[in-house]
Design a protein around this ligand. Structure first.
Ligand code: MTE
Length: 334
């Protein structure tokens, strides 16, 4: 994809990341030498293995810097924001039940999780099924920096600079057949590696799904990083979905399986509680959750508990995606 550079709006994740984090990363990159710079020029997750001096990145944060191009359609400016959520906040206030059910559990319990090596199995109505190594799935594509609003069904929100590739580009390469009407996703189920799976607050494995046109939409991001670095374990390392116009639970983490299917696939929160959580789950301030209003959202990380903003239809992305739902009653298909 050709991405136009514009000095006004082309904000790199390095400009969003809190200064101390970026300074540390710069020091690290300077020490990484020529091999590392070659990997940066490559502009893919080759950077992940290529940049890391043995042990060095993991000794500091466990995260590796990624080289991505800013997509000027999706910047702080295009969503009318001045600042992204602080990285520390976005990586310590999490929902990832595989590592526990409180907001701080995932960051505490996922430290020992080793996301690599990783494979993703692709099956169903597709021309190129198989089990793909993480690098083989991602490396053919150019990584992009994209700043998105992120809105949880629990009525809180963040602004996060993600790093990823449009899911549609990967899907085109995999070659779904005409029978593929939906895409289903599955998270790793391994209770030895994900301690929260020793209990059953929700059924395992976590599963999610999108209609094919939703999966192909340019906004839908197969995400491998945030704030210019690889994903922290608690944010869904090494690979997750980000679907910014839907409630956060659609953005499934640590994906091990992608299936192309004919029928609408099951989704974890809908299985757990069909009265409260639907398949589409588009952010909609006019449709209350059965137990709370969705009209406003709490901005996480500002330090002000009372800091709220009006929730926008489809989380501010209605111009991009509302045509996908023409003729549908969105209060019925919640
Ligand atoms: N994916 C898996 N596998 N397990 C989960 O518990 N939680 C979802 C979603 N993806 C979840 C998941 C919910 S409810 C939200 S709001 C987001 O992840 C949170 O993403 P974050 O922790 O990166 O902010």
């Amino acid at each position: 994809m050709l991405i136009k550079k514009s000095p006004q709006t082309n904000i790199k994740s390095s400009e969003i990341t809190p200064r101390h984090v970026f300074e540390n990363r710069r020091k690290f990159m300077a020490g990484a030498g020529m091999a590392g710079l070659g990997a940066i020029a490559g502009g893919t997750l080759g950077a992940m293995s290529g940049l890391m001096m043995p042990g060095e990145a993991s000794a500091a944060t466990g995260l590796a810097p990624l080289s991505a191009m800013a997509n000027d359609k999706y910047t702080l400016a295009t969503i009318g924001e001045k600042m992204a959520t602080d990285k520390v906040v976005a990586s310590t206030y999490n929902n990832f039940y595989e590592f526990g059910t409180s907001k701080t559990d995932p960051a505490e319990n996922a430290t020992a999780f080793e996301p690599l090596p990783w494979t993703v199995t692709v099956d169903g109505a597709v021309e190129n099924p198989g089990t793909y190594d993480f690098d083989d799935l991602i490396n053919p594509h150019q990584l992009e920096d994209r700043v998105y609003r992120f809105r949880c069904v629990e009525a809180w929100s963040m602004v996060v600079p993600w790093v990823g590739i449009p899911l549609g580009d990967v899907i085109r390469r995999l070659g779904p057949t005409s029978k593929a009407k939906y895409v289903a996703f599955e998270t790793l189920f391994d209770a030895e590696r994900m301690s929260g799976q020793n209990r059953r607050p929700i059924p395992w494995p976590y599963v999610e799904g999108l209609r094919m046109d939703e999966a192909m939409h340019d906004l839908t991001l197969l995400t491998v990083g945030m704030y210019g670095e690889t994903l922290p374990n608690q944010n869904g390392a090494p690979i997750r979905l980000i679907v910014p116009w839907k409630y956060g639970f659609k953005s499934i983490k640590s994906i091990v399986k992608i299936s192309f299917v004919e029928e609408q696939p099951p989704c974890t929160w809908n299985i757990a509680n069909a009265r409260e959580y639907g398949f589409y789950s588009n952010v909609n301030p006019e449709v209350s959750h059965p137990r709370w209003s969705q009209a406003k959202e709490r901005i996480v990380g500002t330090g002000l508990f009372a800091d709220r903003r009006e929730t926008e239809m489809m989380n501010g992305y209605a111009n991009d995606v509302s045509s996908l739902y023409d003729g549908m009653d969105l209060s019925k298909y919640y």
